[in-house]
Design a protein around this ligand. Structure first.
Ligand SMILES: [Zn+2]
Length: 122
């Protein structure tokens, strides 16, 4: 991977990081607001609880995304960004363009999904 390609991926990751942190912040605010709504007698509590649960779930996913982006940026620092953590082969640029946080090459991902399916089948 060339230095300018790496730079492009770094920018994409930093943009995603900013977005994810912004969304995470919005979700947290929505959770707090919904918690306040719970104090109002007129509101349907079961609806609000369901809403909070959904918001927390989304916030959790966003937090995971932030973690994945941080890990990708760390790999960049170490100089092994774009290298499959399992087989140590290069991850294709096309794959990284679609999933800049990818840790595994397409081959290893396929293999893992296959194993997961087999386990699920028992
Ligand atoms: Zn691999």
């Amino acid at each position: 991977m060339t230095e300018s390609q790496l730079q492009c991926f770094r920018q994409a990751l930093e943009r995603q990081l900013k977005e994810s942190m912004f969304v995470f912040e919005l979700l947290n605010r929505a959770v707090n607001r919904t918690h306040k709504d719970l104090k109002e007698e007129s509101r349907d509590k079961s609806v609000l609880y369901a809403e909070i649960e959904q918001l927390l779930h989304q916030a959790d996913q966003e937090r995971q995304r932030v973690g994945e982006i941080h890990m990708a940026l760390n790999r960049m620092e170490r100089g092994d960004y774009g290298i499959c953590v399992s087989c140590r082969k290069r991850i294709s640029l096309t794959r990284l363009e679609i999933f800049p946080t990818a840790r595994f090459c397409a081959g290893c991902t396929r293999l893992m999904e296959q194993q997961k399916k087999n386990r699920a089948r028992g």
